[in-house]
Ligand binder design. Structure first.
Ligand code: NAD
Length: 286
């Protein structure tokens, strides 16, 4: 359904890689709701991925940028303002990557150079994006800057590894910068903490299929899909949320408030211990 919630607004969407990407859905809905946008992703993702198909479909430009490069980000904001004809009203940071997760380094055996990369790509890039935007005065009053997070920022989840630290930092940046940007320019900064979602980044999380199923059974409303996440992002970009800032907003079907659900407990009762025993019969706690 189309509510014209973003009529006349301009925005930048970082992180659409393929049709599964949360950013892809947000880009589609933003245009449906009346916005004009630019897209950005890494040069390699632009070359190898499907972003150009999205840009053709939505009739918008793609500006390649490594989100860890301040220079690249400056170019994205400069070009976007030229293309869109003015300051932007919303920005989506939908970016995450951990080389440690990719290389299967466990949390008690991290490679620190890789950890630096995880934090830079998945969290500090959000700070860089906001700092660049503020210095360039690129965001309209009551504009909305949003990043995507996960509940592993608050609670430990097996296999989420150093991405948990990155998400904790990401959420902290939203608060710290939200204060300054709000006070000086009425710009809002928030994070949305999304359910496990079957995307390229999501598939990288160890045991994702089981985590997805567990979260779904635990959540009274079930897992939130990428499409539903996009709806929430649109609302956060709209004028209906002008006084919401410095928040981490759960979009997870209720998961973050549940201790145990009947559906999860029933599955647990079926006995899953055997799967997690080593050859000596000792439980692997993971
Ligand atoms: N999938 C999930 O289960 C889930 C749950 C909660 C939060 N999130 C978060 O949602 C966001 C989007 O992820 P997704 O699930 O749509 O997966 P995705 O793989 O489609 O998106 C991740 C994007 O990050 C981009 N990226 C990686 N390194 C970059 C860099 N240096 N500069 C610019 N872009 C870079 C990738 O090219 C890709 O487009 C991420 O922040 C992710 O952590 C995902």
């Amino acid at each position: 359904m189309n509510y014209n919630l973003l009529k006349g607004k301009r925005g930048i969407i970082f992180g659409a890689l393929n049709e599964q990407s949360i950013a892809w859905k947000v880009a589609e809905k933003a245009v449906e709701e009346g916005a004009t946008i630019t897209l950005s992703n890494t040069p390699i993702a632009v070359r190898m991925g499907e972003v150009s198909a999205l840009s053709e479909k939505l009739n918008c430009e793609v500006i390649p940028a490594d989100a860890t490069s301040v220079e690249d980000l400056e170019n994205v904001f400069k070009r976007s303002m030229e293309i869109l004809g003015g300051k932007v009203d919303f920005v989506l940071h939908s970016i995450g990557m951990s080389p440690n997760v990719r290389k299967k380094r466990t949390y008690d055996d991290l490679d620190y150079e890789m950890l630096d990369k995880t934090l830079d790509i998945s969290a500090v890039s959000f700070h860089k994006m906001i700092q660049v935007a503020k210095k360039m005065d690129a965001v309209e009053e009551y504009g909305s800057i949003l990043a995507l997070s996960y509940v592993a920022a608050q609670r430990t989840f097996f296999g989420y590894n150093d991405m948990a630290d990155a998400k904790a930092l990401l959420e902290s940046i939203a608060r710290s910068f939200g204060y300054i940007y709000g006070r000086e320019h009425n710009v809002r900064v928030n994070t949305i903490s999304q359910s496990p979602t079957m995307t390229t980044a999501g598939a990288g999380v160890k045991g994702m299929d089981k985590l997805f199923d567990f979260a779904d059974r635990m959540s009274p409303l079930g897992n939130a899909s990428a499409d539903e996440c996009a709806d929430y992002c649109i609302m956060m970009f709209s004028d209906l949320t002008r006084k919401v800032t410095m928040q981490n907003l759960y979009h997870d079907g209720g998961f973050s408030s549940v201790g145990m659900s009947l559906r999860a407990m029933t599955t647990y009762e079926k006995g899953i211990d055997d799967e997690y025993k080593d050859e000596k019969g000792q439980i692997i706690y993971g």
